[in-house]
Design a protein around this ligand. Structure first.
Ligand code: ZN
Length: 428
């Protein structure tokens, strides 16, 4: 964009634990996400996007810094990021943006994650004991919207000419899944005939957050012109709903945990398109910066898709993408070096539809052809052979990052934090 044009407001809306294939725009038959599907249809929708690590704090730090977890330092929930990191919100602030974050997850609390300094305003919205227990550990999407809109409205009122970057991170549909009864008609009866099945509850939570996001967008549109607003939508990771005998996320690098919805809308500036080439959550930051016409810093490791949208470069169809999985969370009094080094569970490398996974804990190597075997059931590795050079290089760089733990800020978890992280399934 030209320097004289007013910068758009930017909304970054991230949803926890939303796997791509449970949304209509990614092929799901149930009506779980009509509003988000409409939103994604208005801009660039990344059909083949993945997170880099299927855990909340690591993935979202990668989203904001465009760095892999072993470089930003938050490889597990409860581990803080390195101090002084560059990030998307910091760059936007330098270019005149007022920046605000509203997070509804205990995992993202400032003292556990240390990303608060990247924003002018960082608000932990912990309004509800949404699940079991007495402690208010989470927020509903409705509460998040209220807090975020209050702040957004104040910024527009106090300084109408200044652009705003607003990030909201929604908790639904993170486990334990609630049955959102108001949305049962919309999504229709459960495919397995059991409205109380975990899978059905999960779908109803998606429909709830989909509706709430549409409410936020409507309310923002009452305050600022839609054509001057860029909306980024993404999930931090997916969820395994029983595939490979596993419920949850974090411990494996199979597609249900990695494949995420991702899209960018900016009316008149980003043409409606479906991007088929591989994309990563790390791409959001450089792409936003590129779309604004700001030089993309070379420390951002994701792809700047703005050049592809502009037709200046070809989509990176042959891109190699790399992944890591670590144990869910650190405990209260664990040794800093040990928890980082011992936490690595898996690494993976995806090239040309073939995904090579190494289970670091037992040395088991598998290769799946995601086209012929999308459920990743039949490994092409018939006997124990050496991992590829590409995956070995990635493994070594991840391990090297982890042993630099001395430079990293130590975890600071209370017993209350540990209880909260355990309730979310991140501690054994
Ligand atoms: Zn998450």
């Amino acid at each position: 964009m030209a320097a004289s044009e007013p910068r758009p407001h930017i909304l970054l809306l991230s949803v926890d634990t939303l796997r791509a294939d449970r949304m209509g725009s990614y092929g799901y038959a149930r009506k779980t996400s009509p509003h988000l599907d409409d939103l994604l249809a208005k801009g660039a929708r990344f059909a083949d996007a993945r997170t880099i690590e299927p855990l909340t704090a690591p993935a979202l730090a990668s989203m904001l810094t465009s760095l892999p977890p072993h470089e930003h330092g938050s490889t597990r929930n409860g581990l803080r990021v390195r101090p002084e990191l560059p990030s998307l919100p910091k760059i936007l602030r330098r270019h005149g943006y007022k920046t605000g974050a509203f997070v509804g997850s205990w995992t993202l609390r400032a003292k556990l994650w240390a990303m608060e300094g990247h924003f002018d305003h960082f608000e932990e919205v912990l309004t509800k004991a949404r699940w079991l227990g007495m402690v208010k550990r989470e927020a509903t999407a409705e509460d998040l919207n209220e807090a975020a809109l209050d702040w957004f409205g104040e910024q527009i009122e106090s300084e109408a000419s200044r652009p705003v970057f607003l990030w909201v991170h929604y908790v639904e549909p993170h486990a334990p899944y609630l049955l959102q009864r108001d949305f049962m008609n919309q999504i229709g009866s459960s495919p397995d005939g059991n409205n109380y099945s975990e899978s059905n509850k999960y779908d109803s939570e998606i429909a709830y957050v989909d509706f709430q996001i549409s409410q936020l967008l409507d309310d923002v549109e009452d305050l600022v012109a839609a054509d001057n607003t860029m909306v980024l939508f993404v999930s931090d990771h997916g969820e395994s709903l029983g595939e490979h005998g596993y419920w949850g996320h974090g411990r494996h690098l199979y597609e249900p945990s990695l494949h995420i919805p991702m899209g960018i809308t900016w009316p008149g500036r980003v043409e409606p398109t479906v991007v088929e080439a591989p994309a990563l959550i790390l791409d959001l930051a450089p792409t936003v910066v590129g779309l604004l016409g700001i030089d993309v810093p070379n420390f951002f490791q994701g792809v700047d898709w703005s050049k592809v949208f502009a037709g200046a470069v070809e989509p990176p169809r042959d891109r190699v993408t790399l992944y890591q999985a670590h144990r869910g969370s650190v405990g209260a009094k664990e040794d800093q070096t040990k928890v980082r080094e011992k936490g690595l569970l898996e690494v993976a490398r995806l090239e040309g539809g073939k995904k090579e996974i190494l289970r670091v804990t037992n040395g088991r190597r598998r290769i799946f052809d995601l086209v012929a075997d999308p459920e990743e059931l039949d490994s092409l590795v018939r006997e124990q052979t050496e991992i590829s050079e590409g995956l070995r290089t990635w493994l070594e760089s991840v391990q090297a990052g982890l042993i630099l733990a001395d430079e990293l800020p130590p975890p600071s978890l209370s017993e209350e934090d540990v209880d909260a992280l355990r309730a979310l399934g991140y501690l054994d």
